[in-house]
Design a protein around this ligand. Structure first.
Ligand code: SAM
Length: 308
């Protein structure tokens, strides 16, 4: 399947996608949101590549999202500026980790995350980007067209995160004896529960003392069906994801909340919800209906640290 015109996407074990289909399309959608955030006068991030990804993919609705946006906020979700705050949180996480001396970074499900090209990394940082082959091939093509130079030693690792990715990562040069900064941003809803457990197990196994992980994930109180209900209630054609129902791509299964998983294994954890992020970044939070407020409060931005 190669285009959103085909509408519905059904998930299955071992499914794959390109940048305009299934879970690949979600990477393009969040890139569109980063492009919009980057253009704001009070932007929380600067992602000069985001718009080029969207333009190169040629998907009309997302091109319209970044070029003809008549209002800065299309849906209740988007006016919360979630993507700006989320991106800024992960930017700060990585720069703090690098400032503390960590030189190995693994971005799980990197999608069109351009941090390997846009963050001011200190010398000697290697950034491994893991995602499906066609997503990374598209990204490489756009970087080549833009003549983009990474600000780190970037290594694209084409792999499915439900497969044996540690072997592929190690073959690309990853060194488990060195502390690592990991991220899982916009990933967990798309993994079955067993695959999420296995992913975390592998992260823990590959982490030397002093490693850190930043994870976007629900607290125990938020089920994906609750997210889906609110999404469906408020979604509009104008949304970034107005042409698809992203909740069809989620695995709504009982999953161990990341905070519980990591704290049970000796990692120190600190979680922030959207409102705390808004306070941190000086974002004025608008009045929103209670169900949206509840949703925003239940999505956590977690920093986990394995003591050195
Ligand atoms: N982290 C990126 C960001 O925030 O911009 C991308 C987030 S996007 C919503 C979800 C990403 O997860 C897509 O790039 C998709 O290809 C990737 N993904 C989901 N399941 C995956 C899997 N099993 N293996 C590899 N990549 C996966």
């Amino acid at each position: 399947m190669t285009s959103t015109d085909e509408g519905k996407w059904t998930r299955s074990d071992g499914d794959s996608w390109d940048i305009v289909s299934s879970v690949g399309y979600t990477a393009l959608g969040v890139s569109a949101q980063r492009a919009v955030e980057s253009e704001r006068p009070d932007a929380l991030i600067a992602d000069p590549y985001a718009k080029h990804f969207v333009l190169a993919a040629g998907e009309p609705h997302l091109i319209e999202t970044i070029t003809k946006r008549d209002a800065p906020q299309a849906s209740p979700f988007e006016y919360l500026r979630g993507m700006g705050m989320r991106s800024r949180f992960f930017d700060e996480f990585f720069l703090d980790a690098a400032a503390s001396g960590i030189r190995q970074v693994v971005i799980l499900a990197a999608g069109l995350d351009a941090r390997a090209h846009r963050l001011p990394w200190p010398a000697g940082v290697t950034v491994y980007e893991l995602d499906q082959p066609e997503v990374l091939a598209f990204k490489d093509r756009v970087y080549a067209e833009q003549g983009a130079e990474p600000t780190s030693d970037r290594r694209a690792v084409a792999v499915d995160l439900r497969d044996d990715w540690p072997a592929v990562l190690t073959a690309a040069g990853f060194d488990p004896s060195q502390p690592t900064a990991w991220s899982a941003e916009g990933l967990l809803p798309y993994l079955p529960a067993a695959a999420q457990d296995l992913l975390f197990e592998r992260v823990v196994e590959l982490s030397a003392p002093g490693s850190r992980a930043a994870i976007e994930g629900p607290t125990g109180t938020l089920g994906m069906s609750q997210f889906a209900k609110v999404e469906q209630k408020y979604r509009s054609e104008k949304d970034t994801f107005g042409k698809i129902d992203i909740t069809e791509l989620f695995y709504d299964e009982d999953k161990t909340p990341p905070v519980e998983w990591f704290s049970a294994r000796g990692w120190n954890t600190q979680g922030l919800d959207m409102f705390e992020l808004a306070d941190r970044y000086g974002v004025q939070y608008p009045d929103v209906p209670d169900d949206i407020r509840e949703l925003a409060g239940a999505m956590h931005y977690l920093t986990c640290t394995l003591p050195a």
